[in-house]
Each structure stands twice: as C-alpha cells, then as structure tokens.
Design a protein around this ligand. Sequence first.
Ligand SMILES: Nc1ncnc2c1ncn2[C@@H]1O[C@H](COP(=O)(O)OP(=O)(O)OP(=O)(O)O)[C@@H](O)[C@H]1O
Ligand SMILES: Nc1ncnc2c1ncn2[C@@H]1O[C@H](COP(=O)(O)OP(=O)(O)OP(=O)(O)O)[C@@H](O)[C@H]1O
Ligand SMILES: [Mg+2]
Ligand SMILES: [Mg+2]
Lengths: 249, 249
Amino acid sequence: MIIPIINQKGGTGKTTTAINLAKGLSMQKKKVLLLDIDSQGNLTFSLGHKASESITGKVLATRKIEKEDIVVLDKYLHLIPTTTDLVNYEFEFIKQSYPYSLIKDALSTVKEDYDYILIDCPPSGSFLTINALIAGDAVLIPMQMDVLSLQGLEQLLDSVVMVKENYNPELYVLGVLGVMVDGRRQLTNQILERIREEYGLSIFNNFVRNNVRAAEAPSFGKSVIEYAPTSNSAIDYLNVTKEFLAITK
Amino acid sequence: MIIPIINQKGGTGKTTTAINLAKGLSMQKKKVLLLDIDSQGNLTFSLGHKASESITGKVLATRKIEKEDIVVLDKYLHLIPTTTDLVNYEFEFIKQSYPYSLIKDALSTVKEDYDYILIDCPPSGSFLTINALIAGDAVLIPMQMDVLSLQGLEQLLDSVVMVKENYNPELYVLGVLGVMVDGRRQLTNQILERIREEYGLSIFNNFVRNNVRAAEAPSFGKSVIEYAPTSNSAIDYLNVTKEFLAITK
Ligand SMILES: Nc1ncnc2c1ncn2[C@@H]1O[C@H](COP(=O)(O)OP(=O)(O)OP(=O)(O)O)[C@@H](O)[C@H]1O
Ligand SMILES: Nc1ncnc2c1ncn2[C@@H]1O[C@H](COP(=O)(O)OP(=O)(O)OP(=O)(O)O)[C@@H](O)[C@H]1O
Ligand SMILES: [Mg+2]
Ligand SMILES: [Mg+2]
C-alpha cells in the first residue's frame, strides 16, 4: 500500500511521522520502503544516511528503481534517499513537461516487494506533491492543531479532489493525525471539532504529544522510537502504528 | 530596506514574524509594505484579507506594482496579497525561463515609498525564494531551536552565498530570530551554541516564546500584537521590533 504522508503546511511532523510510523511497522515485521521526496532531505538526514546524489531524482528521471538504489536500513526497513539536488531534478521535470506519473511509474517496479511504501512529502503543493497523490492509495495527513494548519488542510483537500477527479479515483484520506499536540490548549479541541464537522475526515484516536525527545532524535540518526523508547513521543508513535495497522488491514 | 523573511524549513514562524514585525514597525510610524510570496497565502489570510486573484503573481509577471495592487491595511501598513494561483504563476515562470529578478524589478517601482519592505517567503528553496534573495538587502531568519532547523539553516546559507556570489553581493544576514522558543529545553541552548560557533551569525537578543495566542491570532485576521497585546508573544514581538529598528538604523 502506497501512503503519501502529506501536508503542504510547513513543520507539521510529516518527516517525524514517516520515520516513526515506518519504524513501528518494521518492528511488526511489515516490509516498509521510505521514499524521500523533499529536496531538503530531512528524512534521509534523520535516519543517519548521507547520500552522494539524489537517488529519488534519479529513479524519477528513469522511472525505475533498481536494487542498488535502495538503502537497506534493516531487514524490514528500506529507504530511497535524496540530497538537495532534487531541486534541480524538479526544476527540469517542470521545464521539460515531464508527466505527473513519475512516482507511480517508479514505484510500480518495486511495489510487490513491500507491505507499505511511505512517501515523505515537502511543504509545497507543487509538482512532486501532485506526483505523490497520483501514486498514492491513501493519504495520511499529520497536522498541528492550529488555525493556519486548518487553512492548509482545506488547500490539501482541494488537491486531493483534483487528483481523484483527473488521475486517481481510488485515492482516499486515511486520516488526520494530530502531532505536537498540547492537550491543555482550548484551541486544540476547537480545531479537532472543525476538522470533524467541516471536513468529515477521520481523525486518528491516537495523537503525538509535543515532546523534546522527538526534536532531539534526528541528531542521532534514529527514530525517536529507537532513541528514546520510553518517551511520550515514542509511545505515541507505537500506539499510532497499532491503529494504522488496524485501519489498513 | 528590503528584508526577505526566509527559512526553507517549514513552520518556523516566518509568516507570524512578517506580520508582527510589520505591525510593530508601523506602530512606530515606519512605512511598511508586506509582500506575500507564499502560494499558500498564510500572510494574506492572517491579516484578514481575501484577494480575488494573486496580486503577487500579477506584479511579478508584469514586473511593476501599480497603486491599485496595494492593499492599504492602515496608513503605515500596506500589503501585496496572494491567492493559491501563485502556484500556477511560478510554474509558468519556471517553464518559460523567466529571470530571477522579477521581485527586484517589481519592488523597484515602489521601494522609495517605504521604510521597510518585508517579504514572507515559502518553505522551499525554489524559484521565488531565490528571487527574494536577489531582491533583498538583508535577510531575517526566523528559526526554531531544534536539529532539523539547523539543517535548514545550513542549506539556506548555501543559497545566500550562491546569490551573493552571482547576483547580489551586498546581501547579508541581518540575524537569526529564535521563535517558538521553549527556554527550559537543553536542546535550545545547544542549538544557539551551534549557530554562534559554527556559522558565526548574529542572533537577536530578543526571541519569541511559544504562546498559544500567536497560534490563535490568524483566525481573527490580526497580528498577535493587536489580538492579545499583553500576551507573551505580543510583548516578545514588540521587543524584537525595537531591536530590529536599532540594528537597521
Ligand atoms: N512530537 C514532537 N514533539 C516535539 N518536536 C517535534 C515533534 N515532532 C516533530 N518535532 C520537531 O518539529 C520540527 C518539525 O517536524 P518535521 O520536520 O517532522 O515536520 P515536517 O512537516 O516534515 O516539516 P517540513 O514541512 O519542513 O517538511 C522538527 O524539528 C521535528 O524534530
Ligand atoms: N510564538 C508562537 N507560539 C505559538 N505558536 C506560534 C508562534 N508563532 C507561530 N505559531 C504558529 O505556528 C505555526 C507555524 O508558524 P508560521 O505559519 O508563522 O510559520 P512559517 O514559517 O510561516 O510556516 P510555513 O513554512 O508553512 O510558511 C502557525 O500555526 C502559527 O500560528
Ligand atoms: Mg519534512
Ligand atoms: Mg508561512
């Protein structure tokens, strides 16, 4: 199953969610591929990997993934890494009118080998993001519980509708995942209310609390599940993994 | 003085800083123009303005700003608003190889009318961001105090160097502004340390604390300075304004 982890609003825990959900799933012996399509390469960096070139750019340009393109982090967790060169690849894709099916085509060469392919998306609504929506089966939307995040949700849903109508009718929203949630704020509940009533989207019952360990983990090149296994964020992500498995059975 | 408010890492308080610094400066009777170059239009939305089209896209396509393009919020605070159409404009600019001087050229038609022009940049390193760096006199970098933000700083400084060497030798970094700072975290001090030692950048003495009022303000279409004048974030931004004025005299 191909899952874009998507939100064009910046800093909403997409990368942190991609890493920790992937880690949680791999610990349950699900075969997981992580695809880093953010030219800033936070996912690649946060997993302690330094690529010599943007493998993502290369596999999208050629529309196939070969064995040597895949970084094996462990038996159940694989990665297609990127560097900042991906900016140049995206620039060329746009200039030369490449189709929006690059990610779908590239992933089709390996999708039988994995239970889940998680795509870490950049904070933008542009070319690569649309590509991810076209390739995806169901989108996971990590979101902060504030006003501008709600704005971002609205814009994202417009893109989902556009892709469903024109390219990928089977695409659906798996759910919204609350991240960096401060349960004491009234604003949190107001936003949750609006998501349910105005957009009718599923919201994960589990959410990820604001916890400094999650912010520290990238400097150790590890998921917070590995870096600080008893921390709130690690426990939250394990619970999110359990719920994710239940709703994607 | 043209000030790009820039950080390609997502969710680092760029828009919140653009609004509140602009508001603080206008309260000191400085003439300020805000330019929204983020196709998500958070700045435009957070100021309670709904544009019928992306004025930003239009003025960049024509490379001039006319009187009717400017939204007068009050006597000292003006805005060039955008809508999500800006995505389409940027797409065309790239496809048709427009030059990187669009923002510089457009702003040259009005820069004599303002003390400060603040440019709210999107979380990306792409076409419009490079444009903003080429147009800018000095960049202000709002940053969270965590590991991935440090990664973002490194990439941003590469862009600044590239622009200085090839287009705009006068460009400099005004300073890094800590936002959503949690003073209790050890991580905060570790990051501040790294910024000073590894990059030798100035850091504002004042920083903006994490405060829910700042997250609530956009739904009222106001700066947090107006929405919650006695809140920590309002006071922090007024102090930041005072420091900004001192260093840009
Ligand atoms: N639960 C959490 N508690 C505290 N900090 C967190 C948590 N989750 C993520 N962070 C930190 O917040 C910042 C933003 O998170 P992250 O980079 O995962 O978001 P993103 O949506 O991928 O951002 P971008 O839009 O830039 O790609 C990062 O520095 C990250 O380490
Ligand atoms: N001092 C603060 N305390 C609490 N929340 C804040 C503060 N400053 C900003 N926020 C909230 O954090 C979120 C991110 O801030 P903001 O949108 O200003 O960042 P940005 O860098 O412009 O994001 P993007 O990269 O998406 O453009 C917003 O919902 C905003 O309302
Ligand atoms: Mg990310
Ligand atoms: Mg913004």
